[in-house]
Ligand binder design. Structure first.
Ligand code: NAD
Length: 467
């Protein structure tokens, strides 16, 4: 078994000087040349290659993630993003010629430069501990920012690997990991930032947004789910059950874009439940508990939160329901509830609990989905083409997948983000570059243009008024 580095909180008095160093480096223009940024992205790619076994072990210890899942959603995910960004960066970083410029203004050569925002603070969540910090870091490096990364303390082994990888592979005057929980993050928020990129829960986002507001620091927020899935009577129950089960068993349901509640046409409920049971048996022939492919809840705090959520629900468990506190195991559990006021529906489950609500028709499903959250992170619809379009037309959400759970979020070049209280700003693909970039409009007024431009100078004579 590979030896993992230890997780240690950063000393509070080391935080200000570390941040100051990242700022000084930015102001020295070290990160401006494209060659430097591309080199850092390539080094990050190789850090993944070199540390693959350690990352796999860390994610197994923190979340019981299978090697396959870690490779899929942490290692190859980040490696592909590094290389894709390095290859496309020269194109993204080029000045843009704006459209819709009046002919007379073309003489001043209007263009949009792509300037780095400056020094970025990146705060990550625990569920995809590598991807959720490295993804924004790739954007920050590409844009020419310096950055401090604060991984989640709830996935300490992954946080320690991140520190090792970033420390060994990247320029330490530009990119550093600060480890810790609330005191360290609070100290970080006291520093001066040019942008803050936060992934996590809504309540903490409010704390961060208040702090950022004091200094008018731009903020990207990637927040919580409470996402609806809708299944109409024209959907294929087998397909819907299998796809939605996968969306709730990946990372043991600790996924911001997983469906939080599924609204099913009443006629469809028996077939859907039958197919759910079939899919569960197919995924885990010896039961989820015995499968190396099924993860665990990250810690006791989250386990107890989920247990309480299930215990206080008025719903009826129709699939699964077993738990093992000592091993932080919760079986994929479908609960049929009657009301959107049920705790399992109102709150974000962020675990393998799948509440379902039987509805009379699509009208009722859409109405209830909008009542729970008017701007969730994702919306999922299964039905015929018209029904799925209706869901899009009559709801709002950060993203949406039709005939699937969160597939849109897995496309590396598709911008990902929330809307309203599920987040602001987006990243992945070119959006990762854009979100750390200031689009700086520039003109150059040639000397020869003076004869045409003297109309702007006073005195504003009657002759000038006529021109
Ligand atoms: P969290 O909000 O508890 O923690 C996120 C980060 O904030 C951590 O690094 C933590 O140290 C820090 N933090 C916690 N309390 C703080 C405080 N009082 N002051 C300053 N910093 C503080 O979130 P979590 O439990 O790690 O993650 C789960 C949440 O994140 C869920 O709501 C989930 O939906 C959301 N999430 C969203 C996305 C997305 O891309 N939209 C992705 C993953 C997770």
């Amino acid at each position: 078994m590979p030896e993992l580095p230890p997780f240690e909180h950063t000393a509070l008095d080391a935080i200000a000087p570390t941040c100051a160093k990242a700022r000084t480096t930015f102001l020295s223009h070290r990160t401006r040349p494209l060659e430097f940024r591309i080199q850092q992205l390539r080094k990050l790619y190789w850090a993944f290659k070199d540390n693959e076994a350690l990352i796999t072990e860390a994610c197994k210890r923190d979340l019981g993630k299978s090697s396959f899942e870690t490779y899929l959603v942490e290692i190859s995910w980040c490696m592909n993003d590094c290389i894709w960004m390095a290859n496309n960066l020269p194109r993204f970083a080029k000045d843009e010629k704006p459209r819709d410029i009046a002919f007379t203004n073309t003489f001043v050569g209007p263009r949009i430069r792509k300037d780095p925002l400056g020094t970025a603070l990146i705060i990550g969540a625990y569920n995809f501990p590598i991807q959720l910090t490295i993804g924004p870091l790739i954007g920050a490096i590409a844009a020419g920012c310096t950055a401090i990364v604060k991984p989640s303390e709830s996935a300490p082994n992954a946080a320690a690997i991140l520190q090792k990888m970033i420390g060994e592979a990247l320029d330490p005057s530009c990119y550093t990991v600060i480890q810790g929980a609330i005191p360290e993050t609070t100290a970080l928020l006291e520093q001066k930032w040019d942008t803050i990129f936060y992934t996590g829960s809504e309540p903490v986002a409010r704390i961060i947004a208040k702090k950022a507001a004091e200094t008018l620091t731009p903020l990207v927020l990637e927040l919580g789910g409470r996402n609806p899935a809708i299944i109409t009577k024209h959907a294929d129950p087998k397909l819907a059950a299998k796809r939605l089960l996968w969306a709730k068993t990946l990372n043991a349901g600790q996924v911001c874009v997983s469906q939080n509640c599924t609204f099913i046409d009443r006629e469809m409920v028996p077939a859907f439940l039958r197919e759910m049971k079939n899919a569960l048996a197919e995924f885990y022939p010896d039961g989820a508990r015995n499968s190396p492919d099924y993860g665990r809840i990250v810690n006791q705090k989250q386990f107890q939160r989920l247990k309480k959520m299930l215990d206080s629900s008025n719903g009826k468990i129709v699939v699964g329901g077993t738990m093992d506190e000592d091993h932080l195991f919760i079986e994929p559990t479908v609960v049929q509830v009657d009301s959107i006021e049920d705790s399992m529906v109102r709150d974000e489950s962020f675990g393998p609990l799948l509440p379902i609500i039987a509805v009379t028709d699509l009208d009722e499903a859409i109405k209830l989905a909008n009542e729970i959250h008017d701007t969730p992170l994702g919306t999922y619809a299964f039905g015929n083409k018209n029904e799925m379009e209706r869901v899009l037309n009559e709801t709002r959400s950060g993203g949406a997948s039709l005939n699937d759970g969160f597939f849109h979020a897995s496309i590396p070049t598709l911008a990902f983000g929330g809307v309203g209280s599920s987040g602001q700003g987006a990243y992945r693909g070119k959006a990762s570059f854009d979100v750390f970039t200031h689009r700086r409009s520039v003109t150059t007024t040639p000397a020869w243009l003076e004869s045409l431009m003297d109309v702007r100078y006073p005195p504003y004579t009657a002759k000038k008024m006529r021109k």
